[in-house]
Design a protein around this ligand. Structure first.
Ligand code: HEM
Length: 474
């Protein structure tokens, strides 16, 4: 039987339903989204869109190059905007002033934040996850090992690693990123353990490779999963570090490397704290430096005249060393490489391998008339700042000469800024300069042509890790 609705009933429905719907909405907004009078005085959230419930705009972020997502959002909403990714409400900031506010002047209002699975894997007591006194203590110990006066005597050892690495590529087609990772790993191990712990290094590397494979896997801790293997490798790494510590304690010698710095801490660190920070530093040092070096090889390969200028600079240094009868580069030599240094700076700007970093607001914060609510993630977008035409004219162009004059304050942050900025930056610059000295004076390479494009792993990288053919200059 078909029920007919009379015209009068239809009119009543049309008039009454909207009011019922509005009333329901009013109740929900009062009860669920309750805002007290104090709340109503709070500034508004930044502009932007939050996407779908829970998934937010995660698909939009990952369906295209994340840098395109950030750039489009900034175009649409300006330098501070809200979004929702990976289950978290976020505020993204892309002006130098806002990045400085978050990372430097109001750093106490924003704590570092990482997914719990990553913290477990690297070690909960590692420097990146800390704030306050313990963080300051760790930072002093790390800086003591990586400040210029601490690393200046290691140049020859780093050079030996660089020369050995490049020799092993001769006559081969290589995956630049993979090979640079090996180089950066060996330099990191040298600066952490010195030259003496050879006995343990192979075992340590093996476990670290297993850890690395599981790092970006789904955090499912069941037998056989990559995550599970990585967690077991992580425990094994604790054992290896404990063995090295015990062997050093027996020798009672003084060591000028990072482990030595940790072991001599006035307020002693526990073995677990030392292990977490050793693994943490390897993690921070390796893929970052290797990614930048990979981009340098690409940009030099694509810009023959810049390569020529760098080569001439390095050949000049080589000749003067030969005349003085010196075999190895010194710290002072590395300070006489202005063109090479500008190539490194410009690479770090254009490639911006860390497009952004993460913090979390520890309380409601107001900035430039906007509210950043407590618990929201805050992402300073380094790449947007490095690619703004206001800060760097023709930002997409690879032009090292722009660094002949200093960039505007707070516009160039390849090593971050403030309390968590990179304590390994001097070592990173040194190992890049030393490798580039040998690379440009002794070797040639050609790009395979399949490297156009970019991949994220999680750092920005040329596609396929930049395959190149590599040989000694004849
Ligand atoms: C070109 C290579 C490198 C780049 C681009 C780089 C970049 C960065 C950035 C941007 C940060 C700050 C992250 C944040 O604020 O959240 C950072 C932190 C850090 N980096 Fe580097 N880094 C490099 C190499 C290294 C090396 C070689 C080491 C060690 C030998 C190192 C050790 C660290 C550590 C321990 C932190 C954490 C500092 C803290 O939380 O206080 N980095 N790095």
């Amino acid at each position: 039987m078909v029920t007919m609705i009379s015209p009068i009933a239809t009119v009543i429905c049309m008039l009454v339903f909207p009011w019922l719907a509005y009333f329901a909405y009013y109740l929900v907004s009062r009860v669920v989204l309750w805002r007290t009078p104090a709340d109503r005085k709070k500034p508004a959230l930044p502009p932007g869109s939050m996407g779908w419930p829970y998934i937010g705009e995660t698909f939009q972020l990952y369906s295209k190059n994340p840098n395109t997502f950030f750039a489009l959002k900034q175009q649409r909403y300006g330098p501070i905007f809200k979004t929702h990714i990976l289950g978290c409400p976020c505020v993204m900031v892309s002006s130098p002033e806002a990045a400085r506010f978050v990372l430097v002047t109001s750093a106490h209002l924003f704590k570092p934040t990482f997914p719990a699975s990553k913290e477990r894997m690297l070690g909960r007591q590692a420097i990146f996850f800390q704030q306050g006194d313990y963080h300051a203590r760790l930072r002093r110990l790390v800086l003591r090992a990586f400040m210029p006066h601490a690393i200046r005597d290691t140049v020859a050892d780093i050079e030996a690693v660089a020369a050995r690495t490049l020799r092993s590529w001769d006559g081969r087609m290589i995956n630049t990123f993979q090979e640079m990772k090996t180089y950066a790993f060996n330099v990191a191990l040298l600066s952490i353990f010195g030259k003496d712990e050879i006995g343990y290094i192979e075992e340590l590397k093996k476990c670290y490779y297993t850890l690395e494979k599981g790092y970006n896997s789904m955090p499912i801790n069941l037998p056989g999963t990559l995550f599970n293997k990585a967690m077991k490798a992580r425990k094994q790494l604790d054992v290896i570090v404990a063995k090295i510590l015990s062997s050093r304690r027996k020798r009672q010698a003084k060591f000028n490397d990072l482990l030595g710095s940790f072991m001599e801490a006035k307020e002693a660190l526990t073995d677990e704290q030392i292990a977490d920070n050793i693994i943490g530093v390897i993690f921070a040092a390796r893929d970052t430096t290797a990614s930048v070096l990979t981009w340098i090889v690409k940009y030099l390969g694509e810009n023959p005249s810049i390569l020529q200028t760098v080569t001439e600079e390095q050949e000049g240094i080589m000749r003067s060393k030969e005349m003085e009868g010196d075999k190895w580069l010194s710290w002072d030599d590395t300070k006489m490489m202005p063109m090479t240094t500008r190539v490194i700076q410009e690479t770090m700007r254009v490639a911006s391998i860390l497009s952004f970093t993460f913090r979390e607001a520890v309380e409601d914060v107001s900035f430039e008339g906007y509210l950043i609510p407590k618990g929201w993630k805050v992402l300073p977008l380094f790449r947007n700042i490095h690619h703004s035409p206001d800060n760097f004219p023709e930002p997409e162009k690879f032009d090292p000469s722009r660094f002949e004059s200093s960039p505007k304050p707070n516009t160039f942050m390849p090593f971050g800024n403030g309390t968590h900025s990179c304590p390994g930056n001097e070592l990173a610059k040194l190992e890049m300069l030393v490798l580039l000295h040998h690379l440009t004076t002794r070797y040639r390479w050609s790009l395979s042509g399949s490297e156009a494009g970019i991949q994220f792993g999680p750092f920005a990288l040329p596609l396929n890790g930049l395959p190149i053919t590599f040989s000694l200059k004849t």
